[in-house]
Ligand binder design. Structure first.
Ligand code: ZN
Length: 272
């Protein structure tokens, strides 16, 4: 009996072990897209129905057009690198919510929200792209699913709750809010340093592929840190996305290499 359980555990480990594209990091994720995407889309539409979309048409359009350009770069990458199933199943969507909270997030399958409160930190279109590429990269690398797989996810209620498609169920909603940093509730889960670094790296590549200025990613983090220091309280975005000088330095160091990778990937994915 014990032996068969061990064999089963090894089997589960092997089938759920995969590699993050581009960075090559090994990850364990037992949550499939088929399980999580319907739940994600239900949570997202529930969120939109309970929150106010921004009435600023030009700002909302900017969020949508930047999101479309960056997600197209991701889509090109996926289709050229054996990820057609993912490319077909993601439903990219970008909405601006009227809310002072300094935050942005992305749920599995490409469901992005920006709050109007983060726009002064973005400052310009490349700044919007800098926040967008980071959130899109979390979704591309499936960091949320890894968190659900991890002991954090288990403590918070587990995968069974997370994949419930009932967008009104308070327990499911709370779990999603915690894992994806939705809203301004206390107790959101900070992304791990590994996930943050990876989202920064992947995101810069996608941002360059889409034609934006990667140096603005550095400036966004500088503005975020300055605001936190001035107000003596971190914006919501910083409570889930820890910021420090190391991160700014890492981004600066990474940009030259990211330019080389983005150029190569653009050549590969724009060839056909
Ligand atoms: Zn992040």
């Amino acid at each position: 009996m014990k032996r068969s359980i061990s064999v089963l555990l090894v089997f589960i480990f092997l089938v759920s072990c995969s590699t993050v594209p581009i960075t090559g990091r090994k990850r364990i994720n037992v949550v499939s897209d088929a399980q999580i995407l319907p739940a994600s889309f239900a949570q997202y539409s529930g969120f939109l129905s309970e929150n106010k979309l921004s009435s600023d048409v030009s700002k909302s359009d900017e969020i949508k057009s930047v999101g479309a350009r960056i997600s197209k770069a991701v889509d090109r990458y996926m289709r050229a690198n054996g990820m057609t199933a993912e490319a077909d199943s993601y439903r990219w969507e970008f909405n601006l919510i009227e809310d002072e909270t300094v935050n942005a997030w992305c749920m599995p399958g490409g469901k992005v929200v920006f709050y109007t409160g983060i726009l002064p930190i973005c400052d310009n279109v490349d700044g919007v792209a800098a926040v967008m590429r980071h959130e899109v990269a979390h979704a591309f690398a499936k960091h949320g699913q890894e968190r659900m797989t991890s002991s954090y996810g288990q403590q918070l209620g587990g995968i069974a709750v997370a994949i419930s498609t009932g967008n009104k169920d308070p327990r499911t909603k709370e779990l999603w809010n915690t894992i994806y940093g939705v809203g301004s509730q206390v107790g959101m889960l900070a992304y791990s340093r590994t996930h943050e670094t990876e989202a920064d790296k992947l995101g810069v590549v996608f941002m360059i592929m889409a034609g934006y200025n990667p140096n603005e990613a550095v400036n966004v983090w500088v503005r975020m840190s300055q605001r936190a220091a001035a107000q003596n309280a971190p914006p919501e975005f910083l409570s889930t996305h820890p910021s420090n000088q190391t991160r700014i330095k890492n981004l600066k160091d990474w940009i030259p290499q990211a330019k080389v990778i983005a150029k190569k990937l653009n050549a590969q994915t724009l060839a056909n």
